[in-house]
Write a protein that binds this ligand. Structure first.
Ligand SMILES: [Zn+2]
Length: 395
């Protein structure tokens, strides 16, 4: 049983235990590939195990993720699937640090330890840094995060600092932080754990595998995901290709990747049949997907093509209205996650999605991740400390 790194552009293979993120020949992205097919029954059996590695919704699938006996695991995953108003919501905000990032980070930090790294770094809009900081703390590694100064939510920054990471607040946007961290990792021999790291993608695949397992391996019609740096879109495509090839599911669901209008390079490319790649100056209230030059573009194109998928965009008003709906169901999520419901509403209005189709929205982050987006002044009534004032206020 073996695993290797493979260039998604030219197919060249590299050793899986070599520190590298791109292909020497053409700069292409790398993906982790393996030559065995795994029996899904083993995954089902592990659901009743008490061992942390089996309880993890990532390492339960370890033969298809990274084949190890020992992992840096909280454990993570095991997030719930909620049915509300005829839609299903897989809430990845239920991960240990409150976002789906923990699924990729447990794998990348486990690999960092295996490779003998002493420091790990990432560029982040916030959720990745919080996750990296937590897993690095557990593993005893130094964590360095590159964030756009003044552009990440207070909840995410607080988490990152509390777990003890060194935070470099870059005077620039996420894309500038991303360019800088790649160069810094190269120069200082730090292990890079952005989603350009192929092991992150391996962990994120388990969102889909766990979801399919939740559905007794009956594939839904649609899986809807927020789209920023395109790590999830890429991971979901790979997860579905592998699940279908291994015979775990009988048919492919369709992927719907939803961007914010102010950060929509992938949507623009989609509308032109992916003829060219776009870069935009990103601006949206959904900070987690405020990304203008998504690093996983090429893999995400394959994901959309292989699943007969679609890319849509929604405005900040549309995604915030959808957030109010999700919050109002008692689920709650950060703004970026709400692009899913906003996207479903738009695609149903266009007739692309139909009533009665089984549709799963993946909520990527917890409601407390972005405290500023939750404040609703209209729900606050300041009064004198008298019963008369209470009575007037509640009238
Ligand atoms: Zn290549």
């Amino acid at each position: 049983m073996s695993e290797w790194l493979q260039c998604v552009t030219c197919g060249h293979r590299y050793d899986a235990n070599e520190i590298r993120y791109t292909c020497d020949h053409d700069g292409g992205l790398l993906s982790v590939e393996r030559d065995h097919i795994i029996d899904r029954d083993a995954f089902d059996d592990r659901r009743s195990s008490r061992a942390p590695i089996d309880q993890s919704g990532v390492w339960r699938f370890r033969e298809g993720v990274l084949n190890v006996d020992k992992a840096v695991t909280h454990p993570e995953g095991g997030t719930r699937l909620y049915e509300r108003n005829g839609l299903l919501f897989k809430h990845e905000g239920e991960n240990p640090t409150g976002s789906f990032k923990d699924r990729g980070m447990t794998v990348a930090v486990t690999q960092a330890v295996r490779l003998g790294a002493t420091a790990v770094a990432c560029a982040s809009t916030g959720n990745t840094s919080a996750s990296l900081a937590a897993y690095a703390a557990q593993a005893g590694l130094r964590a360095i995060v590159f964030v756009p100064a003044g552009k990440i939510s207070s909840g995410k920054l607080a988490q990152t600092l509390a777990y003890g990471a060194t935070c470099l607040a870059i005077r620039g946007d996420f894309d500038a932080a991303m360019r800088l961290v790649r160069e810094a990792c190269e120069r200082f021999g730090i292990y890079l754990v952005n989603s350009i790291n192929p092991f992150r993608i391996e962990g994120q695949k388990t969102i889909i595998w766990e979801l399919l397992q939740d559905l007794d391996w009956e594939a839904p019609d649609w899986i809807v995901v927020p789209a920023g740096n395109l790590g999830n879109t890429s991971a979901f495509g790979k997860a579905l290709r592998e699940a279908h090839a291994a015979g775990w599911i009988a048919r492919m669901p369709r992927l719907a990747s939803i961007q914010a209008c102010g950060a929509n390079p992938f949507f623009r490319s989609f509308t032109e049949g992916f003829a060219k790649r776009h870069v935009v100056t990103a601006e949206t209230i959904a900070t987690a997907i405020r990304i203008g030059d998504p690093v996983s573009h090429d893999k995400a194109v394959a994901a959309i093509r292989d699943t007969n998928g679609i890319v849509e965009e929604v405005t900040d008003d549309e995604l915030m209205a959808a957030k109010r709906t999700i919050d109002g169901m008692g689920l709650g999520c950060e703004p970026a996650s709400a692009t899913t419901l906003a996207g479903v509403e738009k695609l149903r209005a266009k007739g692309v999605m139909k009533d009665g189709e089984r549709t799963v929205c993946v909520l990527t982050g917890h409601i407390l991740k972005d405290p500023e987006a939750n404040y609703r002044a209209e729900n606050v009534i300041e009064i004198d400390a008298t019963m008369d004032a209470v009575a007037r206020a509640l009238r």
